[in-house]
Design a protein around this ligand. Structure first.
Ligand SMILES: *Cc1c(COP(=O)(O)O)cnc(C)c1O
Length: 461
């Protein structure tokens, strides 16, 4: 399997291992496969999750890894999940199902991709006799998922910056209580934007980037999209695909998760409706309803992992809408950055609307959905999952699957406000509040952060 950049004027191709380590293409584009493999749906019924995952993903890996090694990594990635089915379905009413994607170590769906990506990094780096230093910024969930994915990986050191005092206590403790010596939580005296700027500045410093062999595991990495295709396939097959088509609603921020559902459909999964759920940060919903994608100000909501205006993975869909013309995508993205409005044609809007529907669910409707589902079924939904369920109620599909992307105990305040019930952490995290914390506090200063990274990274040793 070969990959191309969404911004390449003249398409050169690279393999899976280079895509994995690079994340972003040098021209600023995102990598996509040259062509998509077809799913062998008839062969997938009844398989354990790890085996189904291996078969769905293997064509994307190509010859970067041996099949047996890949199967071992996939099996290992999901072995520690808190539910034997890994991504179980739970029926809410006669046509509506919840796909629970919160049984990984940090209780959010990002574990499903990152647990595998961390292991893929180690495997590919071992072949190349290389090490990397991964740096990232987080406002909450991604940091802990990346730290859990990279902990104890031989060839990876990870430094995560978060804004001091601005994450929830559960989120902070999920980062600061991991005892592994190769992952480091750093509290920056500043905002999330300051943290992001520090990471960008480290990548922009060519000497530092080279010296530390810097790398990233952010949501634009193709390997993350690849791992997210799997649970759409697993859910649809469990509900009767390929004989029966299935619909999905997805709580959406960076467009990575719902885009993976789109790729699954392109690979032959019978997906009837694919719906985007947004909170008050509704740029995608406005685009689907009006054809205009215009950036607004990011406003805080009850579903903070969706408080995003520019959905970075949307560029992959744009590449498809523009007939895989990299130069046209590069021009559109540069205009988007300059003017705040993405130039798209009526035909592109029509095509996008035929692929996705979209629903805006504000905080009030989110709380109402948590309360209504609790009364009707006894299930506690976190606010992100509630956006998906509310979107599902506005859609026609049957069976309809709403993606539950976080455990309710990650957002106990919103759940308690809606239901009066404070959800308990699952057994594996029950003692989180008593665990010993390890955190370094640093000023919002590039030199201080770079010197910390140099000290902890084994690349320079
Ligand atoms: C990251 C996240 C999202 C958004 O997913 P995207 O792939 O960025 O669209 C939604 N819900 C939860 C709980 C998340 O952690």
């Amino acid at each position: 399997m070969r990959y191309v950049s969404t911004r390449a004027a003249t398409p050169g191709t690279i393999g899976f291992d280079d895509v994995l380590l690079a994340g972003l293409a040098p021209d600023g584009g995102l990598y996509v496969p040259e062509r998509l493999p077809a799913l062998a749906l008839e062969e997938l019924a009844g398989l354990p999750y790890a085996e189904l995952a291996t078969r769905v993903m293997l064509p994307f890996v190509g010859d970067a890894l041996e099949e047996a090694e890949f199967r071992r990594l996939v099996t290992d990635a999901y072995a520690g999940f808190g539910h034997a089915a890994v991504a179980p379905l739970k029926q809410l009413d006669e046509r509506l199902w919840l796909l629970e994607l919160f049984h990984g170590p940090t209780l959010a769906f990002k574990d499903y991709a990152l647990q595998l990506v961390g292991r893929l990094f180690d495997a590919v780096l071992a072949r190349r006799r290389r090490r990397v230093t991964i740096v990232g910024a987080t406002s909450g969930d991604t940091g802990s998922a990346a730290m859990e994915a990279c902990r104890d990986r031989e060839l990876v050191d990870l430094v995560i910056l978060f804004p001091k005092g601005r994450t929830s206590e559960v989120q902070r403790r999920q980062m600061t209580t991991i005892p592994s010596p190769n992952v480091h939580a750093v509290a920056i005296e500043g905002t999330f934007d300051d943290c992001q700027d520090l990471v960008k500045a480290m990548f922009a410093d060519a000497r530092f980037r080279e010296e530390l062999q810097l790398s990233a595991v952010n949501s634009i990495n193709w390997a993350r999209v690849m791992a997210q295709i799997v649970y759409y396939v697993a859910a649809a097959v469990a509900l009767g695909a390929p004989r029966r088509s299935v619909s999905f609603t997805v709580p959406t921020g960076n467009f990575g998760n719902v885009y993976a559902g789109h790729v699954a459909r392109r690979m032959g999964l019978p997906v009837e409706r694919l719906a985007i759920g947004t909170n008050r940060n509704d740029i995608l919903q406005r685009f689907i309803s009006s054809g205009r994608m215009t950036i607004g100000a990011v406003e805080p909501s009850l579903s903070p992992s969706m408080d995003i205006q520019v959905s970075s993975n949307f560029e992959r869909l744009l590449f498809e809408l523009k007939g895989r013309d990299g130069a046209a995508v590069a021009a559109a993205m540069s205009a988007f950055r300059r003017t705040g409005t993405l130039p798209t044609t009526a035909a592109e809007w029509e095509a996008a609307r035929s692929l996705f529907s979209a629903h805006r669910v504000d905080d009030e409707a989110t709380l109402a959905e948590i309360a209504a589902t609790w009364r009707a079924t006894g299930e506690l939904l976190d606010p992100h999952s509630a956006v998906a369920v509310a979107a599902a109620r506005a859609e026609k599909g049957n069976p309809m699957v709403a993606l539950a992307c976080a455990h309710p105990a990650k957002f106990p305040d919103a759940v308690a406000k809606a239901t009066g019930v404070r959800p308990a952490l699952p057994p594996a995290l029950a003692d989180l509040m008593e665990r010993k914390e390890r955190v370094t506090v640093l000023p919002n200063d590039l030199e201080a952060v770079q010197s910390f990274v140099r000290d902890v990274a084994r690349v320079t040793a």
